[in-house]
Design a protein around this ligand. Structure first.
Ligand code: SF4
Length: 240
């Protein structure tokens, strides 16, 4: 995109498109909102529907069967058809149902009213939120340059992971990072390589390649402080 042609209006549109690409669950409701939209009839009020989905609580995206009754998820379980896990899920994934219905979960945009120490907030519409953000970003760019804007996002389990770099490229700032790589994966991988010469410290990163080879000559395997069968069913756990 030609930056000289990036107007406030086109910027707002591209930002709206980026936000639109975030799954509805991240915007407050997803599965629940969809299920509510199809209000159950009296006859099937208590019927439990099985919805095939996947866990996005980490990069492995394990296959999940969500049990939905009356528009509400009542149970999560692993999908036995999913080839990498064959029905396994870790505790974090199973706890997703609590995150979905947590009373403090963000469901809509809020804007601060008053000073920071007052901690007062007001609900606003998505349109107003996007417009406010767009206006501030464009004002900052005009005043200090695009590099004055810094963006960050969550790690590999984040469905909008790629959107940040795309957005920053268009906006013109090289300043972005994602904490999962910057604070977790890359430091431990690099440090391990420097100290031990090995490719990775974690089979969760799928770099302990030998365990994936069916006829590996490896005779024993020591897991120290971890059991990927429980904590990482789709990656190292599946291989074990
Ligand atoms: S390993 Fe756990 S957190 Fe990651 S996708 Fe699978 S169930 Fe979810």
């Amino acid at each position: 995109m030609d930056l000289s042609k990036l107007t406030r209006r086109s910027f707002t549109k591209s930002l709206a498109a980026a936000v639109g690409s975030i799954p509805a669950a991240k915007l407050g409701g997803g599965l629940v909102r969809d299920a509510k939209a199809q209000a159950p009839q009296a006859a099937d009020k208590d019927e439990v529907k099985i919805v095939k989905t996947s866990c996005r609580a980490c990069i492995h995206n394990c296959g999940v069967l969500a049990h939905v009754r009356n528009g509400r998820v009542v149970k999560l379980e692993g999908n036995p058809e999913y080839p990498m896990t064959k029905g396994a899920m870790c505790l974090k994934g199973l706890s997703g149902i609590n995150a979905l219905y947590h009373p403090n979960r963000n469901m809509y945009p809020m804007i601060r009213v008053g000073s920071k120490d007052e901690n007062k907030w007001k609900r606003i519409s998505w349109e107003e939120a996007i417009d406010t953000i767009a206006r501030k970003l464009m004002d900052t760019r005009a005043k200090y340059g695009a590099e004055a804007v810094f963006c960050s996002t969550g790690g590999g389990g984040n469905p909008a992971f790629r959107s940040i770099s795309r957005f920053c490229n268009i906006f013109g700032t090289p300043n972005w990072y994602e904490p999962g790589c910057a604070q977790c994966y890359l430091p431990r991988t690099l440090a391990y390589g420097i100290m031990y010469g090995g490719p990775s410290t974690s089979i969760a990163d799928e770099s302990a390649l030998e365990i994936y080879v069916p006829n590996t000559p490896m005779k024993s395997f020591v897991c120290w402080g971890t059991d990927p069968s429980y904590s990482c069913p789709a990656g190292g756990g599946r291989a074990l």
